[in-house]
Design a protein around this ligand. Sequence first.
Ligand SMILES: *Cc1c(COP(=O)(O)O)cnc(C)c1O
Length: 377
Amino acid sequence: MSKILVTKPFQAPFEEITAEMQRAWDAEWLTNNGPLLKEFEAGLNEYLGTRECAVVSNGTVAIQVAMQALEVSGEVITTPFSYVATTSTIVWERCTPVFVDVDPKTFNIDPAQIEAAITPKTTAILATHVFGVPCDVDAIQTIADAHGLKVIYDAAHCFGTEINGESVLNYGDISTLSLHATKLMHSVEGGAIFVNDASTKVEEFGNQVSPLRYRVNRLRNFGHCGPEFFDGVGINAKNSEMHAAIGLVNLRYADEIMADRARQHKVYNEALAALELVMPEVPNNVRWNKSYYPVVFRDETEALYVKDGLEDLGILARRYFHPALNTLPYIDQPGHTPNAAHISTSILCLPLYFGLENETVARIGAEVARLCNECRS
Ligand SMILES: *Cc1c(COP(=O)(O)O)cnc(C)c1O
């Protein structure tokens, strides 16, 4: 039997993809902020109910550009429980990550511990809404306002998650999304920068944009503000018309993709109920996109027993996210983060992707239960 992977990219009917790509081909406009890219940005804003978004080449460069746009320097308060890109980007930008432990309920940075980590060098908080479950955004904003800090959310997992009926991407100064093939919504490679800047708009080539959006646009395109004029240093963070074409098609399936994830969650929930595994707690006012199926076992021994047992059956669960990021070899100051240490060593994400059948999900669930009970007895 073929292996069951932890995730699999959503693949729309190929004719739909080629039809969209044909438009770019016929227009002979393949990249550089083309019409399909602009449509994709408008489509994202419309579907998500967000304000301004700039599509970029991936979710990592989105964080880099966000840090540059907000002129983040010195120390950045961040979470040890996320994908490596959250921390590596801080280091890449020559800033120092300062780790604050996570809340054992949400697996996200614990706002109650942020203030103690602030020093005169702190300029920003970079938090992840891990697995698409929102951080305590109000508490974080209150602290940021009190100390004059910028807030960036690594919202890589957050397509479709809402707080009080509003996209979680509308929080922070900037929220960044990943549109990588393995994410719930994707353009094969891609990312998006969601800008929340209510200040007076400025003109950009005849359009009205916020000053922050203007800066992001300069940064993603070499600093160009005209063929021969440059406004500051920039990088190439653009995305192509081909990627936008795939993104536009995938957007049509967004409702279906999320409903499909919810269907699988139900089956897993039933199969695993008796084990009392810990899952992130989703507040009542949140609509979770159910992007992943993370479960925390009693300890690392139990998690690895289940992982190895599943692997023997060709079922590949993954240790998302292990190791904790403050244990990376290039980190000098790990801080004290026992909750993140426990979660990152004892967690597994179970297979969850578009089209995974109920039968298979139930079978994986049953195997997890069997292995877990075997390990406990
Ligand atoms: C996937 C991911 C990223 C990186 O996104 P890419 O598009 O792969 O560069 C960043 N942060 C988190 C939490 C992620 O899961």
